[in-house]
Design a protein around this ligand. Sequence first.
Ligand SMILES: [Zn+2]
Length: 115
Amino acid sequence: MKKSDIEKYRQVLVAKLEQHLGSAKRKVRAATARIDSRAIDDIAQAENDRELLSRGAASDNKVAAAIARAIARIDHGTYGICLGCEEEMPKKRLDAVPWAALCVPCKDQEGNGKK
Ligand SMILES: [Zn+2]
């Protein structure tokens, strides 16, 4: 995936995350701002922020947690790769659900209770 595309999705995801997190909003903005600033020499601190972000999101709602995990995948360079079949997901899928972790066939399988 092109870097410009990934940046576009990141912006969508961060905006969505803020939207989903009412009370935790300020905390998330601070954390994502720190993740965004690429002048991080302290990687451990960045990991900490991400964990805090995921945990805070999880207590809020599932979508927010999924969004936080998607942002983490961007940071890890694995965004857009299906966690099921490890194929690159179609852009159409990511445009519809930018935080999708599974492609449509894998998601359908999961829905059927199969693995
Ligand atoms: Zn898949």
